[in-house]
Design a protein around this ligand. Structure first.
Ligand code: 5CA
Length: 439
């Protein structure tokens, strides 16, 4: 993409009302635009990142055996009256009426709807286990929407729902999602630690939050330092492996959110291994047994013919929140430093002398070889402006082409994360950039 024709509006000034780095940088890099409190439009740069994050989430859900569907955002109140949550959910639920005066709502989550859908088709225990998920916008009328997409009112969530014949099956499903989450966040280059958590309005009695440590996080968390030293991607099993021992490693060491914090267990950890920190909740998984299958009247004949209510769990990932969390974890004074896996473009090509024959030709070549995964800064701007914008937008690589290099057929390749620079041939530049994107 040529920057001279792109809709990538960067801002020089720091927006006054943005309190945390990720919010400031998302506005300055032109990733999102607030359209009203807690509601954002995603502009091309932000949208590219959101889609990449979503795709990693999707691939790991699919690999874990969950199946993608798409449920609507608008739901009827009647569904929620069946589970008893219509009144219980309170003012966070956005409620309205259709033209026939029927009570409707914009879905804050989908336990009721997915249970009703599954009920329509499940004929016997042979239809179990199943796990259905979707990636869909949610609305929660948060009292205090803040920190940009971190706590929005409208936000993108991946929510999966498992149905099993019995408790043992449900726990196996829970472990699969647990491991899927470890893998998902690790692939994005994020260290997200699973922690015992409170279940809140979703219900049930077993739940883990996945938390990325960050000083600006909204949750207070407590954990054993071992969990920070662990390399998830290297150690996490694939889905055919021994999931129990992977889950045991994490659940066998202390990690809890504020609400579930246990002072006695905490005191038993050697002081130098205790970490008390702030964190961002990027995922939350729940096992709640038959809470919704019973209230929503989902029952199937079991192996002995007697009706059983399936055991259920639900598994959420804050897809749009992750974009903010990724920036909190990857930025410096100059701007964003995208991990390769989620960067909006694998690289930016910076033409330091637009109009110079050799510069233009070499940049065109690089751009063509890397398209569409490349942003070509072909504007008639000073080099300093191009450097600053590339650093701000955070492309993992900058391929810098000036007249001297271009005459010699050389490109300066800068790695955004480390600041390292190297002079390489155009072929090597393309190979390096492609290689780190696919790693
Ligand atoms: N039905 C369950 C699991 S599918 C559920 O709704 N869980 S949740 O309430 O914990 O939300 C799942 C994830 O969505 C959270 O872990 C968080 O990452 C994200 N999330 C929740 N509220 C917001 C919000 N206001 N803005 C951005 N992301 C949010």
């Amino acid at each position: 993409m040529r920057l001279s024709r792109a809709f990538l509006p960067t801002l020089k000034e720091t927006p006054a009302d943005a309190q945390i780095a990720s919010h400031r940088l998302m506005l300055r890099a032109g990733m999102v635009r607030q359209t009203s409190a807690g509601i954002y439009a995603w502009l091309p740069l932000g949208w590219r990142v959101l889609r990449r994050v979503e795709q990693i989430v999707r691939e790991e859900q699919d690999a874990a055996g969950a199946q993608e569907i798409l449920m609507p955002t608008v739901q009827t109140a009647d569904l929620w009256r069946q589970s008893g949550r219509y009144d219980a959910y309170g003012p966070e639920m956005l409620r309205f009426k259709d033209r026939h005066d029927r009570d409707m709502l914009y879905g804050p989550t989908n336990e009721e709807m997915v249970t009703e859908i599954f009920r329509g088709y499940a004929r016997s225990y042979r239809d179990l286990p199943r796990n259905l998920y979707h990636i869909q916008w949610k609305f929660r009328d948060e009292v205090r929407p803040r920190f940009g997409v971190m706590r929005g009112r409208e936000f993108l969530m991946k929510d999966a729902y498992s149905f099993d014949l019995d408790r043992e099956g449900a726990q196996a499903s829970y472990r699969r999602m647990f491991v899927a989450y470890l893998r998902t966040f690790a692939r994005m280059g994020l260290k997200a630690i699973p922690m015992r958590a409170a279940t809140g309005p979703i219900g049930g009695n077993l739940s883990h939050e996945f938390v990325v440590l960050a000083d600006t996080g909204e949750s207070q968390v407590f954990l054993h330092r071992d969990l920070l030293d662990f390399d998830v991607l290297r150690e996490a099993p694939d889905y055919e492996g021994d999931l129990s021992s992977a889950v045991e490693f994490w659940t066998g060491r202390y990690a809890a959110t504020d609400e579930e914090h246990d002072e006695a267990a905490w005191a038993a950890i050697p002081e130098e291994r205790r970490v008390s920190a702030r964190g961002i909740e990027v995922g939350h998984i729940f096992y709640f047994g038959t809470k919704y299958s019973i209230s929503m009247d989902l029952k199937v004949p079991g192996p002995d013919g007697a009706l059983v209510a399936p055991e259920m769990g639900s598994y959420g990932i804050g897809v749009s929140r992750l974009v903010g969390a990724l920036i909190e974890a990857n930025h410096d004074e100059a701007g964003i430093r995208w991990p390769d896996a989620v960067a909006p473009f694998a690289a930016a090509v910076l033409n330091l002398k637009q109009g110079d024959g050799a510069c233009d030709a070499l940049c065109d070549r690089l751009h063509a070889a890397l398209a569409p995964d490349c942003l070509y800064d072909d504007r008639a701007e000073r080099a300093g402006v191009k450097f600053a914008d590339a650093d701000l937008m955070g492309h993992p690589w900058q391929a810098i082409v000036g007249p001297r290099g271009a005459a010699a057929g050389r490109v300066e390749l800068k790695r955004r994360a480390t600041g390292e620079r190297q002079e390489v041939s155009p072929e090597d530049a393309v190979a390096r950039i492609r290689e780190s994107r696919s790693a």
